[in-house]
Design a protein around this ligand. Structure first.
Ligand code: ZN
Length: 130
């Protein structure tokens, strides 16, 4: 006996089973995303770096988190996390030059002094600007 209705239902059901389920697709997507994230963490990968405000480079530290590259470079150099009061000064004033030779740890007042000295060198006067 032919029971087309049931057959159609069964084949439909089979098709549904053969297609990747929503969950499987989501898992695959998540896997791709995590590969992308791993790529961003790979130093040889060109991406994962953005130019932040004031011209500083920020680099991806996983997911959508970014941290200042010059601070990361110094932390790696020191082998410890930087304290909040430790400021990384770019010796040649190029904020995108994050070579360790160009980075110097200063405290807040030293940093202000460095930059004030520069203003003075240029013959400028900060107060005059206001
Ligand atoms: Zn500086």
């Amino acid at each position: 006996m032919k029971r087309p209705e049931v057959k159609a239902k069964l084949s439909g059901d089979n098709n549904w089973r053969r297609r990747p389920s929503h969950a499987a697709r989501a898992a695959e997507y998540a896997k791709e995303q995590s590969i992308a994230r791993t790529g961003a963490g790979n130093p040889r990968w060109g991406g994962g770096r953005i130019v932040a405000r004031h011209g500083y480079i920020k680099k991806s530290i996983g997911g959508s988190k970014y941290d200042f590259e010059h601070r990361c470079v110094m932390e790696e150099h020191l082998g410890r996390p930087l304290r909040e009061d430790e400021i990384i000064h770019h010796i040649n004033r190029d904020r995108q030059d994050n070579r360790i030779e160009n980075l110097q740890i200063v405290n807040r007042s030293e940093h202000v002094a460095y930059h004030n000295r520069e203003y003075a060198k240029r013959g400028g006067n900060r107060r005059a600007k206001r």
